[in-house]
Design a protein around this ligand. Structure first.
Ligand SMILES: O=C(O)CCC(=O)C(=O)O
Ligand SMILES: [Mn+2]
Length: 221
């Protein structure tokens, strides 16, 4: 019998993974984006980050985040010693953020609809770049105005462990594997769940090399 080989990164070699309900109004949609579409998205992102480069942000406490961040859409999320929140301009260039490409907006809306949120209208797409060792501590996404709108989050590149907690910081945390092309959607009673990303393990992805990219779509205002 020939040896079974699984290419960890190819959606044609992996056994199918069905949608998984993580919590009330929280879904993991594995392989939401296939290899071809992911290539188109990465090509768009390469253009976007030439306009609005990925950069490390400082927290109000003076700590440098390990993730590198940019945005597209009407609003971008920024943080520095003066505080954090949404801005209509990229502080690096002084210019408005690049427009959210229709392909990305549509993808976020399709994913939200599949998770039960039919009227998601994102005005921000946060682009997070992780290199091996980069992580995101447990936090809530709570700088947005309308918590009836969900969060839609696409993973590309190296796999990651997503940390899914509860409504209290001290609640138990589940570890959820996120692969290239996976979409997470959370809203409703789960909208303010604490979440984060464990330190990225070293590896090389065929499309993105030593990177994981995460696109987080939100309605900011
Ligand atoms: O990288 C991820 O999967 C999560 C990112 C995130 O939670 C955020 O940007 O607020
Ligand atoms: Mn978040």
């Amino acid at each position: 019998m020939p040896a079974m080989t699984f290419d960890l990164f190819s959606d044609t070699e992996l056994p199918p993974r069905p949608p998984q309900q993580i919590a009330d109004s929280a879904w993991l949609l594995p392989g939401f984006v296939d290899t071809r579409r992911a290539e188109a998205i990465v090509a768009l992102l390469r253009r976007l980050v030439r306009q609005a480069p990925l950069r490390r942000l400082q927290t109000r406490g003076g700590h440098w985040m390990s993730v590198e961040t940019a945005s597209c859409g009407r609003y971008g999320w920024i943080s520095d010693r003066a505080g954090y929140g949404y801005s209509e301009r990229d502080p690096v260039s002084g210019q408005p953020w690049p427009e959210m490409p229709p392909l990305l907006r549509q993808l976020a809306q399709d994913g939200a609809r599949q998770a039960g949120f039919a009227d998601f209208a994102p005005d921000c797409c946060l682009i997070n770049g992780y290199r091996p060792g980069a992580k995101m501590g447990l936090h809530q996404d709570r700088d947005e105005r309308d918590f009836s709108q969900p969060i839609v989050s696409l993973s590309l590149g190296l796999p990651a462990i997503f940390l899914w907690g509860g409504l209290q910081r001290s609640d138990p945390v589940r570890r959820i594997g996120l692969m290239h092309g996976d979409l997470m959607v959370w809203g409703g009673p789960s909208r303010l769940v604490y979440h984060g990303v464990a330190p990225l393990r070293p590896g090389r992805h065929p499309l993105l090399g030593e990177w994981r990219l995460n696109l987080t779509f939100r309605r900011a205002r």
